[in-house]
Every structure is written in C-alpha cells, then in structure tokens.
Design a protein around this ligand. Structure first.
Ligand SMILES: NC(=O)c1ccc[n+]([C@@H]2O[C@H](COP(=O)([O-])OP(=O)(O)OC[C@H]3O[C@@H](n4cnc5c(N)ncnc54)[C@H](O)[C@@H]3O)[C@@H](O)[C@H]2O)c1
Length: 212
C-alpha cells in the first residue's frame, strides 16, 4: 500500500462493495473483469474504481482488466479480512439475535465467539453454535476468547456502560447499534450504525417527489 497517501473514508467505504461484488463475479466463474463491467455492476464509474484502487497500489492490467481472484485477495488484505476477528455480541434481543444468525459474517472471517445478555431466561441458550453467557462474566470471557470486536445491541441507556466494560477488557473495536453517541478512548475504534438514517433519506427523496 502507498503509505504516504491519505485514503478518504468514502474510498474505504466503497471497498467492501467491490469485495462483495467481486466474490459474486467469482462465483459466476468469471476470471477477468474490466473496470467498466465492475462499475456497471456496482453502480460507480470505472474512473472511480481505478482511482480508488490506485490509492493502494497497482492492480489490473491495461487493456486486459482485473484478475478477479487476485483482486479479491488484495482488497481482502487491505480490509484486514485475511485475519480472523473474534466478535462478541452484547444484548441478544431482536437485533442481536438477527446479527448472531447472519451467516455471511463468518464467510468474511468474523468469528462469533461470545454472546452476553443480562436476562437469565436467555443465558444458557445456544445461538448459531454459541452459548449465551451472563454479562457478569464479560471481562473474563473476552480475555479468554481473545475478542477483538464488541457488538453493542443493548438498550441505549445501557450502551455507554457496556462500552466502558468492553474497553476495559481490551476490546479495540466497537460496532454500536444503540442510538446514542458513545465515548471511547482514542485507541479504540467505534463505528455506530443508525438504521433510521437510510429510512429518513428515503423519506426526504419521496417527499420531494410528492411535492413536485
Ligand atoms: N431492532 C431494531 O431494528 C434496531 C434497529 C436499530 C437500532 N436498534 C438499537 O439496538 C439496540 C437493541 O435493540 P433491540 O430491538 O434488539 O432491543 P431488545 O430490547 O429486543 O434487546 C435488548 C437486549 O439487551 C439485553 N440487555 C439489556 N441490558 C443489558 C446489559 N447491561 N448487558 C447485556 N445485555 C443487556 C436485554 O436483556 C435484551 O435481550 C437498542 O439500543 C436499539 O435502539 C435496534
């Protein structure tokens, strides 16, 4: 990778899209793909793809295209997906349950290694091969199982407290679904998802259409 170049967040956000699309292309048995065809499938311009990939090195062959297998490997390495990340889900309610059962995470190298909840009626259940443990044992289990990423799916009022415990236990990445801003120290990376953002954007565009 070209270390002196600052990569924009927009570029990094597009890489998983390239990765996912290339994997579908590979499943179709296609070995070489042009940036035009890749762009058509993803809905971005070929120039954008070439520019994004050029930030990380030289991929593809002029006049030939990208070698699909090689590009999947390269993008996977850029995204760190060649490592295996152990993840823990905290809060196995509606959303936690859905995430725990999402099979695609494991194909990307994310290993669901622990699940916690405070509700005794859920403790002891097995979900996607992982036993739900009481949140009281969070620190001990996180250390034993070398958890890298904590997924927060508890009610908002519990989320900061859970995040503090994750940080204290040594987790370096947090994927937060609770609808509030969570504070973490600088060495911890946090990504917050807000599903209402997508719906609100749709609402914005539909409102414009209706008032035209
Ligand atoms: N359901 C959705 O579609 C959705 C979408 C976006 C965001 N969210 C957010 O995700 C979070 C979870 O939503 P949900 O619908 O799954 O809620 P839920 O009430 O169904 O589940 C929450 C779970 O967290 C557990 N819990 C509570 N306190 C805990 C603690 N201190 N430690 C461990 N577990 C604890 C509860 O026992 C329960 O099992 C909320 O913050 C919600 O706002 C939900």
């Amino acid at each position: 990778m070209k270390s002196h170049i600052v990569i924009s967040k927009a570029t990094i956000d597009r890489l998983p899209l390239y990765f996912r699309t290339l994997r579908h292309i590979q499943e179709e048995g296609i070995e070489i793909i042009s940036s035009e065809e890749l762009g058509r499938r993803i809905g971005v311009t070929p120039e954008q793809i070439r520019k994004d990939l050029a930030s990380f090195g030289e991929f593809g062959k002029k006049g030939v295209g990208y070698f699909v297998r090689e590009l999947i490997r390269n993008i996977g390495e850029i995204l760190g997906l060649h490592r295996n990340w152990n993840i823990a889900i905290i809060g196995i309610g509606h959303l936690g349950w859905a995430l725990a059962n999402y099979k695609n995470f494991s194909s990307l190298g994310f290993n669901l290694a622990a699940i916690f909840d405070v509700d005794l009626s859920k403790v002891g259940l097995t979900i996607n091969g992982v036993e739900v443990q009481h949140v009281n044992s969070l620190e001990e289990v996180l250390q034993q199982r070398q958890i890298h990423i904590g997924v927060i799916t508890v009610p908002a009022e519990q989320a900061q407290k859970v995040a503090d415990r994750l940080v204290e236990a040594g987790v370096k990445g947090i994927w937060n679904f609770a609808p509030l801003r969570i504070n973490v120290p600088g060495h911890v990376r946090i990504i917050s998802e807000d599903l209402s953002v997508g719906l609100s954007s749709l609402s914005y565009f539909l409102s414009r259409q209706l008032s035209d």
